[in-house]
Design a protein around this ligand. Structure first.
Ligand SMILES: Nc1ncnc2c1ncn2[C@@H]1O[C@H](COP(=O)(O)OP(=O)(O)OP(=O)(O)O)[C@@H](O)[C@H]1O
Ligand SMILES: [Mg+2]
Length: 245
């Protein structure tokens, strides 16, 4: 039984401690993500969400604790090797090449040699799934709307054939209708079988799309649970869903 559960687990983070130089900002964080799940991390500004996600991608060294991905200890593995193991981060703020077209940006997601051979096949799959990106394929990314840019950034992550797609604030700064579109895109990618871990201040959408959620506050996991239970909890309702009674 235990074995079966282990096989099903794609990511396990145990006792993670992270710091910027001498300032520790993440304290003893534990996270688990099973294959095929969408898991959300919610929490206020400065809670440590981005820091945690960067550490998962190998962009910040781990001070203490372990990161097990797809059965392997990747705690001190460099970022480019994690990408090769199909652990992909779509960073906060999108970070697209503004002068390059949508298609060129998408193809950059399949830059590493093992992916290049399948790049055009994956590109067509993305265009099939997200016709909006196809319509804009020849347009420079710098001229896209915020929502389209976010879709392009997520699409670029998808080009790397992720086992785990990590999304940091996918709906940041977007108007409500675009937030809706971006979360629809996330659901569609999840329906393709991609496991997703996302961080968002938009607790409502983040918990709607996810099966399981973590609430991070001041560098620690303050609360975790099945999304529906979290959404029903007084703490989440008051602090994150704007319910006053
Ligand atoms: N490069 C850095 N150097 C020093 N401190 C940093 C750096 N980046 C973040 N921090 C600090 O680490 C803490 C956690 O920040 P982090 O960006 O992980 O929070 P967050 O939960 O992603 O917040 P937000 O919701 O605003 O994106 C904050 O106190 C922040 O000031
Ligand atoms: Mg952040």
């Amino acid at each position: 039984m235990g074995n079966r559960q282990d096989l099903n687990r794609l990511l396990e983070v145990a006792n993670l401690e992270l710091a910027y130089e001498t300032v520790q900002v993440v304290w003893g964080v534990n996270l688990k993500v099973s294959r095929g799940q969408v898991v959300s991390i919610i929490g206020p500004n400065g809670a440590g969400k981005t820091t945690t996600l960067k550490a998962l991608a190998g962009l910040i060294p781990v001070r203490k604790g372990r990161i097990i991905f797809d059965g392997q200890d990747v705690t001190s593995e460099p970022a480019h090797l994690r990408v090769r193991h199909h652990l992909c981060l779509v960073p906060e703020g999108r970070q697209l090449w503004a002068r390059m077209t949508v298609e060129e940006n998408l193809l950059m997601g399949a830059f590493s040699p093992p992916l290049r051979a399948k790049a055009h096949q994956n590109l067509n799959r993305i265009y099939e799934l997200f016709p909006q990106l196809k319509e804009r394929s020849k347009q420079a990314c710098g001229t896209l709307s915020g929502g389209e840019q976010q879709m392009c950034a997520i699409g670029r992550g998808f080009m790397a054939e992720p086992l785990l797609l990590i999304l940091d604030e996918p709906s940041l700064g977007l108007a409500p209708i675009l937030v809706e579109q971006v979360f629809q895109m996330i659901s569609r990618i999840a329906a393709e079988g991609v496991t997703i871990l996302l961080a968002a201040q938009n607790a409502n959408q983040a918990l709607q799309v996810a099966q399981y959620g973590y609430v991070m506050e001041a560098g620690r996991v303050a609360l975790e649970g099945v999304s529906d239970e979290l959404r029903a909890s007084d703490h989440v309702r008051r602090a994150y869903l704007g319910v006053s009674n």
